[in-house]
Design a protein around this ligand. Structure first.
Ligand code: NCD
Length: 306
């Protein structure tokens, strides 16, 4: 695809060539970042509109923009302090903010809302998470992490563990990884299984997949152990959430069953699904992913804005 001027709303937009081109650009950005950045996007302004909590994603986008010499205007709490409180529509917000910024990054608790704002924006809009639907740039940095760490994607067995129903990250990961010869192992309780439409997409791409609730047994075949949090905020009640909280915990004991060259990824934040003593295991890559997120987003901003 032509990245220049594009909205990034869904991982469905990317094919294999797009991904590899983006990863090569991100690799170049590793060097740019190591030198402290450059002035490539000097004069450009990014607006970050967040209607849901975030630590990594918003700071990562903002860091990427600043490292490329651009500037940021930010509203980290749109729900509380924007004109939406005065009943302004998302459409009018899009019309307005896009007449000030050169690019908009948005997160919202409802699926489809970022697409809605994009219809009225005259500048590119990037989806930083829309409810349980998608989180394209997190999945891009996750797949970049796998590509960088393992040196390839084809031939790998990718495990996804946790809340595969409500987790927007595993949804987006599947839609990117389906372009490669990977095998999927989904570990979740039946009630939190990967949605049928995504399973269907993987079948259409002839991808092998296995579904299990037994992480002790499944972990030994994974090249990538993809952990995710049970998405508390998507449950109807605390009782409903508690049924599934703490079901899968990756600890030092469980890591003994994993391949010696496996990697553990997690978009973070974690609750209790990875015990803290796994952090010092060299296979744990979840804090390295934070660095990868910055270079991946530098690559994306550069490709869209220049
Ligand atoms: C994820 C998200 O917001 O979807 N976090 C992130 O962006 N790094 C994962 C999560 O909240 O569980």
């Amino acid at each position: 695809m032509e990245f220049k001027g594009q909205h990034i709303l869904s991982t469905k937009q990317f094919n294999k060539e797009d991904l590899l081109a983006l990863f090569e650009e991100a690799r170049k950005m590793e060097e740019v970042l190591a030198r402290g950045g450059n002035d490539q996007l000097k004069g450009k302004i990014m607006a970050t509109l967040f209607f849901e909590p975030s630590t990594r994603t918003r700071f990562s986008f903002e860091t990427a923009m600043l490292r490329l010499g651009g500037s940021v205007i930010s509203n980290p709490d749109m729900m509380a302090t924007s004109s939406l409180r005065k009943m302004e529509s998302l459409i009018d917000t899009g019309k307005t903010v896009s007449r000030m910024a050169d690019i908009i990054v948005m997160r919202h608790p409802e699926a489809g809302t970022v697409h809605e704002l994009a219809t009225s924006s005259i500048v590119p809009v990037l989806n930083a998470g829309d409810g349980p639907a998608e989180h394209p740039t997190q999945a891009l940095l996750d797949v970049y992490t796998i590509w960088k760490e393992k040196g390839r994607l084809d031939g790998l067995t990718i495990g996804m563990v946790g809340d595969l129903k409500n987790g927007r990250v595993p949804h987006s990961q599947c839609r990117l990884l389906k372009h490669f010869e990977v095998k999927f192992v989904f570990v979740s309780p039946e009630a939190l299984k990967m949605p049928d439409d995504i399973v269907q997409e993987l079948k259409e791409n002839s991808r092998e997949m296995r579904v299990t609730e037994n992480i002790e047994e499944a972990i030994s075949e994974m090249d990538v152990i993809g952990m995710t949090r049970v998405q508390k905020e998507r449950f109807s009640s605390e009782e409903e959430y508690k049924k599934y909280a703490g079901l899968f915990v990756l600890d030092v004991e469980l890591m003994k069953r994993a391949k010696s060259d496996a990697i553990v990824i997690h978009p973070l934040p974690r609750v209790d699904e990875i015990s803290v003593d796994v952090d010092s295991d060299p296979r744990a890559k979840y804090f390295d992913q934070v660095h990868n997120g910055v270079v991946l987003r530098m690559a994306l901003l550069s490709k869209i804005l220049t």
